[in-house]
Design a protein around this ligand. Sequence first.
Ligand code: 15L
Length: 279
Amino acid sequence: MKTILITGAAGDIGTHLRRELAGKYRIRASDLRDPKEKFKGQKFMRADIAKFADAMRITKGVDAVIHMGGYSVEGPWESILSANIVGCYNVFEAARKNGVRRILFPSSNHATGFYRRDQTIDHRVYPKPDGRYGVSKVFGEALGSLYADKYGMGVFCMRIGNVNPAPIDKRRLSIWFSPRDLAQLVTIGIEHPEIRFEIVYGVSGNTRSWYDNTNAYRLGYKPQDDAEVFAQEILAREKPGGDPRAEMHQGGTFCVAEQVPNPAPLPNRVGRQRRATTG
Ligand code: 15L
């Protein structure tokens, strides 16, 4: 059985993944904080990926890394720099030094968020990030490309939409990614024998998708879910209006906001918000 490191294991996506992959892999979970939900047999290692020594410790002896750790929304540059630039570099470099052969990098729909909603884009389009967070995801993709070409690592970049049990609004009808489809795509990223460097879109088979996800399908991805089954209910409660630039572009409010609410702040530790998101 392969040993898989999931960084950012206490976060939403990390938690869905730990649940979905339980029993299929030997899971090593790492984060700055203890995960609320725990699954039998999964080992937890507390770590701050902004520290290289921590990155070395957690990547030792694993077959693959699913690097979910980082700052997960648009936010202050200092936080993005530490978690998503320094932290991301540390994880790739530590993995290389420890001989890890494969990394799954969660890029984001925000790496291409300034494409318009009336455009269909594939994995070959040039990046159009919609904020500092989106820029950090482009950085991760570029770093992955370097580590694949220069060091022969297998790197699988998923431009993830929105992972949730169900889509939460109109924009997410186009980018929803169900937990079981996430698990299927991640399994392809771990197991496919021919991955050198790939970019795919991490979304379900949504009728309203903005993506031509041919590259994921070529690698065997067969999504089981489609947000369309929720469309009527979502559209009925959608409030009209909103910023026209956000409405026009795929990245939505990320295209206009300087900061969106951080889903992973550390309560009662004012001024230490960055630390809550680098694991
Ligand atoms: C992302 O990249 C974020 O990590 C996630 O929290 C959501 O905001 C998602 O994009 C989205 O666009 O819905």
